[in-house]
Write a protein that binds this ligand. Structure first.
Ligand code: SUG
Length: 451
């Protein structure tokens, strides 16, 4: 197949920096790692450095790598909205005494998982030719419901030029419109700059569709439909796909825990979808790309859903560095599981698919909260003109990487337990750190404490 005329584009990854209050509070129902590790002491410094090491390695193999800042935590404005008033110190002391669960919720560093910051549609797919962003409302969990407002501000500051970027408000934050962003959105295409197919995966659909019984389905079909309308996607190039409710009940709280797509490749577990045949047929029928779609189905006999969830095999990043290879970026948990590792080796060795390399990262600090390599990044396909319009300091360069490492070492603690969240000193440290960060990243005053 030959490539149709199009504006060339690259796929950039915008990773979330882990914030200074990174902790394990067991807040996310249906997320098995988070539940299992609740109350463990965390190491925010190590967490942030692990994330930065991944960003640097991807930069070094020629990927366009960006950085998104953490949010203000503990979230004092949220506590004031809930009726806690007085001096910051008094607010922290009172909420710690009366509602420690709420203090944990307003202190979570969960904005690090930028795959949940929003949904992004490249300009090649949209009717108005703009690159569209909609922050996810994350209304299924209290601690995550505090993110969308600042996420919207961060996205606008990072992608500021209205001539290229269209920013929407988050969908109404109510269970009927639950939206968790790019974690449930997959784009397939021939070349990144060609028009692609956008796949929206939901767990909560119409009344006659099967639903999970144990854990919540966080993504709704109604939200997927609204996103496709807002982003001006054509109906022939979008599909709302039902997730298998049984896997949600086994800990697959986002589709990116059981499937990942990149360019023409869809890598997914046999049990990921209701009607995977229908999905493949639709992709093949609607395909306009210059490469042939490649479906890599991992069978349950080789990798069980349990292995997939504990290793986060499908939460790998599937990337195309400029050397022409296609690589899988995996967490070290994949290497430690012999069945998962054997599957990865087979995929890499099989010449019939484009995957040719694997790169392993220690992301344990994030993984203990159920956040793997793919959770930590928001993918944004950018033409050259769009890339030039991104806020310049949001790009990771070797110099900015070194500056951020120094910033983490200066401002972050190496141990945090839940009792520390009430420490007014931690609030001061976090604000000092974030204030400095907005200068490093050249973002302006995005935090309420700066306004
Ligand atoms: O929403 N964990 C996050 C993990 C998000 C992973 N993102 C993707 N799959 N894209 C969540 O479940 C745990 C926080 C705690 O328990 O302290 C948490 O929020």
């Amino acid at each position: 197949m030959t490539s149709s005329p199009h504006t060339p584009a690259v796929e950039a990854n915008f990773d979330g920096l882990v914030g200074p209050t990174h902790n394990y509070a067991g807040l996310a129902q249906g997320n098995l790692a988070a539940a299992k590790n609740a109350d463990l002491p965390s190491n925010p410094r190590e967490a942030a450095l692990q994330g930065l090491a991944k960003m640097r390695a991807l930069h070094d193999i020629g990927m366009a790598q960006g950085v998104l800042p953490p949010q203000e935590r503990p979230n004092l404005p949220a506590l004031r909205r809930l009726g806690y008033n007085g001096k910051d110190r008094q607010v922290l002391e009172r909420v710690a005494r009366e509602a420690p669960g709420l203090l944990a919720a307003v202190s979570s560093a969960s904005s690090m998982w930028t795959a949940n910051a929003g949904t992004v549609s490249p300009s090649a797919d949209t009717a108005d030719g703009l690159l569209h962003f909609t922050p996810a409302n994350l209304c299924s969990n209290l601690h995550r419901s505090f993110e969308p407002e600042t996420s919207g501000r961060v996205l606008r500051a990072t992608f500021p030029d209205a001539a290229h970027f269209a920013h929407h408000d988050a969908l109404p934050a109510t269970p009927a419109m639950g939206d968790e962003g790019a974690a449930n959105h997959t784009r397939l295409c021939g070349e990144y700059g060609e028009p692609g197919l956008e796949l929206f995966v939901y767990g909560a659909g119409n009344a006659d569709e099967p639903a999970p019984g144990k854990f919540p389905a966080r993504q709704t079909r109604a939200a997927c439909e609204a996103l496709a309308r807002l982003h001006e996607l054509s109906t022939g190039s979008t599909r709302q796909q039902l997730q298998n409710p049984d896997v949600i009940d086994q800990g697959v709280f986002h589709n990116d825990v059981i499937a990942v797509g990149n360019r023409e490749v869809l890598l997914y577990h046999q049990d990921a979808f209701v009607d995977a045949d229908g999905l493949r047929n639709w992709i093949s029928a609607q395909w306009r790309g210059s490469r042939t779609p490649v479906f890599l189905e991992v069978s349950r006999d080789r990798v069980s859903v349990e292995d997939a969830v504990s290793s986060y095999l499908f939460n790998s990043q599937l990337i195309c560095p400029p050397d022409g290879s296609m690589r899988l970026v995996v967490s070290s948990e994949c290497q430690e599981n012999p069945r998962v590792w054997a599957q990865i080796e087979q995929l890499i060795e099989d010449r019939a698919n484009p995957l040719s390399q694997v790169q392993v990262f220690d992301l344990r600090q994030s993984m203990r909260n159920g956040g793997g390599p793919a959770c930590l990044r928001l993918r944004v396909v950018l033409t050259e003109a769009e890339r030039a319009a991104v806020n310049a300091n949001s790009w990771l360069t070797p110099e900015r990487h070194a500056e951020l490492v120094g910033w983490v070492q200066q401002h972050y603690r190496d141990r945090l337990v839940l009792a520390d969240l009430a420490d007014p000193q931690l609030l001061d440290e976090s604000r000092t750190a974030l204030d400095r960060l907005t200068q490093i990243l050249g973002l302006g005053s995005i935090y309420e404490f700066q306004r």
